[in-house]
Design a protein around this ligand. Structure first.
Ligand SMILES: *Cc1c(COP(=O)(O)O)cnc(C)c1O
Length: 483
């Protein structure tokens, strides 16, 4: 009789050793095939969404698939039915080509599945995240030893965390009594070009979207400091309680950096928590000749930085940083009998007591391994190349008579055809998309002005890719002349 060998017994969840081996090979082939063949593939998907629903509705869990068949089916679906954001000619919102080390990190994290809720369950992983946070903080000119922070699902959760920490710092009574304990309505300030996650955070935290004051911007789309000062004074007179100012370093739409030093002064003089949303622009801190665009960020009470934007790690990997060591604990800590007692050693703080999530994935590994392998210098070179591609695009478009309407050193270009109407712009956008060689987005600036927008989001974008984009745009413009 054969001895019972659990290794080779097929389990519906764990499968068996030889099936696994074949499966890993197949997954790696699919990944490598995607990375090497993507450049020749169209960027925007073609076809009707009905086809997507049909494909998926056809799957029934009453009839299990073979593992190999399932992987093939998924790869096929993703090739056909997604915007190919890792493509070197995807020029949309900041969704990068993921770093190779980031892909490897995510696979390892899935397999080892460390639980980062508590320090004691995963000291190695928690310490790695803490290390990355300290290193990033020092790039922003903050003291890595005094900085606390957490990895988040993305910039939206980091901005939400900023809002909550600012509120708890200013109104500690709400921790227990809630917002109804406050005699006056709290308000916060962002620019009209800020990310809409602040509206969502404000609603979710019980303040309501009405608490978000969108201050006007100047001609360069930067938050207008004088107008903001007046607005703060008016709100005070009207019986509101201003508590937070969130500046943006690299707006989502046009890559604009608000005047951080003046805003830091104003926040300090007005007793407001100063937050800087540097979700994608913050990476400029890694390029010595670009670092000055972020001057003033070192004075921030808190910072949002997304590793899954310009550091190009796979989604989702946001970071919230603060230079106030106790505030995360004050905002998030609760005690329960089923979690370990908190340690006196601050380095061993439990992430669940310092952030919104409870069970949590080891998000920081993809940033850590990407940084460890590329080094600061490797990143500086990659980012510099993307900035150069942005500059090339700006020049080429200007040479051909397009109007570039945003001024930034970051690689995002907002542009309109000469004398172009809204209809022409929409027609150009549609044609570029259906052509499939590249993808750009449409953006509304100042809440109304429509423009085409191309952001260099891939570290693989080359001069040739820029030239193909410009040819595609020119072609679309000729097909849809101003009419
Ligand atoms: C992308 C972005 C966000 C939101 O980040 P997510 O990672 O998508 O949650 C916030 N602020 C700015 C400036 C951004 O560009």
């Amino acid at each position: 009789m054969r001895e019972h060998d659990p290794e080779n017994e097929y389990h519906p969840l764990g499968l068996d050793a030889s099936t696994r081996e074949g499966l890993w090979r197949q997954v790696i082939q699919e990944i490598e095939g995607y990375l090497t063949r993507l450049d020749d593939h169209r960027v925007a998907p073609r076809g009707k969404v009905d086809a997507v629903f049909e494909r998926i509705d056809a799957v029934s869990f009453d009839h299990p698939m073979e593992p190999a068949e399932a992987v093939k089916w998924v790869a096929d679906g993703l090739w056909k039915h997604q915007m190919q954001t890792p493509h070197p000619r995807y020029f949309g919102l900041f969704n990068p080509t993921p770093t190779t080390m980031g892909i490897a990190a995510d696979a390892m994290v899935a397999a080892f599945n460390p639980q980062l809720a508590s320090f004691s369950h995963s000291p190695f992983a928690v310490a790695i995240e803490r290390h990355v946070i300290g290193q990033i903080a020092s790039k922003f000119g903050q003291d890595p030893h005094a900085t606390r922070g957490s990895f988040t699902s993305g910039g939206a959760e980091a901005n939400h965390t900023a809002l909550l920490t600012a509120m708890v710092r200013r109104f500690p009574e709400i921790r227990e009594a809630g917002l109804r304990a406050l005699p006056k309505g709290p308000v916060l300030y962002v620019s009209g070009e800020a990310h809409h996650s602040f509206l969502k955070a404000s609603r979710l935290s019980g303040l309501g979207t009405g608490a978000v004051r969108e201050a006007p911007v100047d001609d360069a789309l930067r938050l207008d400091v004088l107008a903001l000062e007046k607005q703060i004074a008016k709100d005070r007179r009207d019986g509101f309680e201003p508590f937070m100012l969130a500046a943006t370093a690299g707006t989502t739409g046009a890559g604009i950096v608000d005047p951080l030093p003046q805003l830091a002064d104003l926040a300090m003089a007005s007793g407001l928590w100063f937050h800087v949303d540097a979700a994608w622009g913050g990476a400029a801190a890694l390029v010595p000749e670009l670092r000055s665009v972020l001057d003033g960020i070192e004075r921030a009470d808190s910072i949002t930085f997304d590793a899954h934007k310009w550091l190009s790690v796979p989604m989702g990997a946001g970071i919230y940083l603060t230079r106030h060591p106790g505030v995360l604990h004050d905002t998030f800590a609760v005690a329960t009998g089923y979690m370990p007692r908190p340690s006196d050693d601050d380095r061993q703080a439990d992430p669940y007591a310092h952030s919104m999530q409870w069970s949590r994935r080891f998000i920081g590994l993809k940033a850590f391994l990407s940084l460890a392998v590329a080094g600061w210098d490797g990143y500086a070179r990659a980012l510099r190349q993307q900035v150069a591609m942005g500059d090339r695009l700006r020049e080429r478009l200007t040479e051909r008579g397009w109007n570039v309407i945003n001024r930034t050193r970051l690689p995002v270009v907002c542009f309109t055809p000469p004398g172009g109407s809204l209809d022409q712009m929409r027609a150009i956008f549609k044609q570029v998309e259906s052509d499939g060689k590249a993808w750009v987005s449409l953006v509304r600036l100042r809440g109304e002005e429509l423009a085409l927008r191309a952001c260099v989001t891939s570290y693989r974008t080359s001069s040739r890719d820029i030239d193909i984009l410009v040819d595609t745009l020119e072609n679309a413009r000729t097909t849809h002349p101003q009419g």
